[in-house]
Design a protein. Sequence first.
Length: 208
Amino acid sequence: MNQSLNYSLLDNAVAELSRLPGVGRKTALRLALHLLRQEPEVTESLASALLRMRSEIAYCRRCHNVSESEECPICSDSRRDHDVVCVVENVKDVIAIESTHEHHGLYHVLGGLVSPIDGIGPGDLQIDSLVERVRSEGISEVILALSPTMEGDTTNFYIFRRLQALPVKITVLARGISVGSDLDYTDELTLGRSIQQRIPFDNTFSKS
């Protein structure tokens, strides 16, 4: 009876761990068994960190990056260039671009990309709030730093059309990044050069 109960508890833990992205059942079992071999304090510390992350981390009211306060450290940093906003798909892309040390402005996290096949339209993303920021914050340049995929290009074009009539420069990353690749998998040197060598967005498509 006890042995059966123990396996049931282990199965429950494995089932929960395997819900994480990229974690299959075998990896989840290995992680669970590893935790069982540790002192109880190790598991308690992990559980506490996860619970605090879930309950205390929210999203910046301005850029939608993760934040422990109403405004994230990047938006509240007076040393950053508040006239330039880099538009990214998700928080992972903020981390990737920050690691290059080439962008000194602010960010705007969309929370995804336009993808009709997945039922994601412009209204599901933080595009309206981006337009409002450009209108109200005196932003001089918007850098479209989305992955060079069909969904990324579609989202770029939609944002360009929304901002086209406003007095703001719209640029896009130079195509040093392979078409179809995700931004967070791009090496720092290539990503940094793509930011440095960004080009006007309307130079990327035919006007004919």
